[in-house]
Design a protein around this ligand. Structure first.
Ligand code: CP
Length: 316
């Protein structure tokens, strides 16, 4: 396999072109068999640091699982917003200058958009953005598109509904922008009033020539879609409790929506869910959201293997 240039830091989805996406997905497929047989030790002797200034279940634990399955080790500042020296006023730049002495790559989640760019600007080791405020969640978007690839056997010529909190949700923002790397994609935006997709993302879709439409009725959207991607209303990013309560609960994906969907379509959600997908939907084979979380391990294994090992990439 020939070498492919790969970003040194994983900060935004616009760092990836189609050939890099295809290569990453091929590598993630190879990681599935390694994940089933940890111990090969591809990253033996390497250390990953995870610094999470916001809560997480999937992203932190799947990055840590990915590193351990590759034979590496992990050091972690969980709840770094209350347990790290950031509490004493240490900047992210100084934190990175210290942690890079302890680890070979650093995964950061932080409530401030753009902070992983600041971290990468001073870092001598790869920085991986695990979600920066309401801005981006690039590894989530990569695993989301990988899920579509594995579940539907293609990523081109698909109709994809993005539903829920499209303004504050960093996952649908990143996924919408990554979909510019697919061909023939048609995006349906289904959001409560006030939390529609932000103008910068819409401008990115327009500039890339991606077809999109706004359809407030999720049944109509679901009936046309190969993928319905439901998201949580991001309570923690609303300016007030009142604004959150107004938006909350306007979108619930239920049996009604499922009944409208095609038999070979899928329902996705980056999770965690609160109540935006009814539990009754879980048993339907089209409910792909728990499988989606597992695909995240393979994508994060592939990213770590490429950035830190001999994973078939050439880090730019
Ligand atoms: N999807 C996602 O980012 O989940 P966590 O917040 O649990 O990491």
């Amino acid at each position: 396999m020939s070498k492919l240039r790969f970003p040194r830091h994983i900060l935004h989805v616009d760092q990836f072109d189609r050939s890099q996406v295809d290569r990453l997905f091929a590598h993630a497929r190879a990681m599935r068999s390694i994940a089933a047989m940890p111990g090969e030790g591809r990253l033996r002797g390497r250390i990953l640091a995870t610094l999470f200034f916001e809560p997480s279940t999937r992203t932190r634990l799947s990055f840590e699982s990915a590193m351990l399955r590759l034979g590496g080790q992990v050091i972690s500042a969980e709840s770094a917003d209350i347990t790290s020296s950031a509490v004493k006023g240490e900047t992210i730049e100084d934190t990175v200058r210290i942690v890079e002495s302890y680890a070979d790559a650093i995964v950061i989640r932080h409530p401030q958009g753009g902070i992983t760019d600041a971290a990468a600007a001073v870092a001598s080791v790869p920085i991986l953005n695990a979600g920066d405020g309401a801005r981006e969640h690039p590894t989530q978007a990569l695993l989301d598109l990988f899920t579509i690839s594995e579940e539907l056997d293609r990523i081109d010529n698909l109709t994809i509904t993005l539903a829920g909190d499209l303004r504050y949700g960093r996952a649908p923002r990143s996924l919408a922008m990554l979909l510019t790397q697919t061909d023939g994609c048609h995006i349906i935006l289904t959001a409560p009033q006030g939390i529609e997709m932000a103008e910068d993302v819409v401008a990115t879709l327009e500039a890339a020539g991606v077809q999109y439409e706004i359809e407030p009725d999720m049944v109509i959207a679901a009936a046309q879609s190969d993928v319905v991607y439901v998201t949580r209303v991001q309570k923690e990013r609303f300016p007030s409790e009142d604004a959150y309560q107004q938006a909350r609960g306007s979108y619930h994906f239920t049996d009604l929506h499922l009944a409208a969907m095609k038999p070979d379509s899928i329902v996705m959600h980056p999770l965690p869910r609160v109540d935006e997908i009814a539990a009754a939907v879980d048993a339907d084979p089209r409910a792909a959201y728990f499988r989606q979380a597992r695909y995240g391990v393979y994508i994060r294994m592939a990213l770590l293997d490429i950035l830190l090992g001999s994973g078939g990439g050439m880090v730019a």
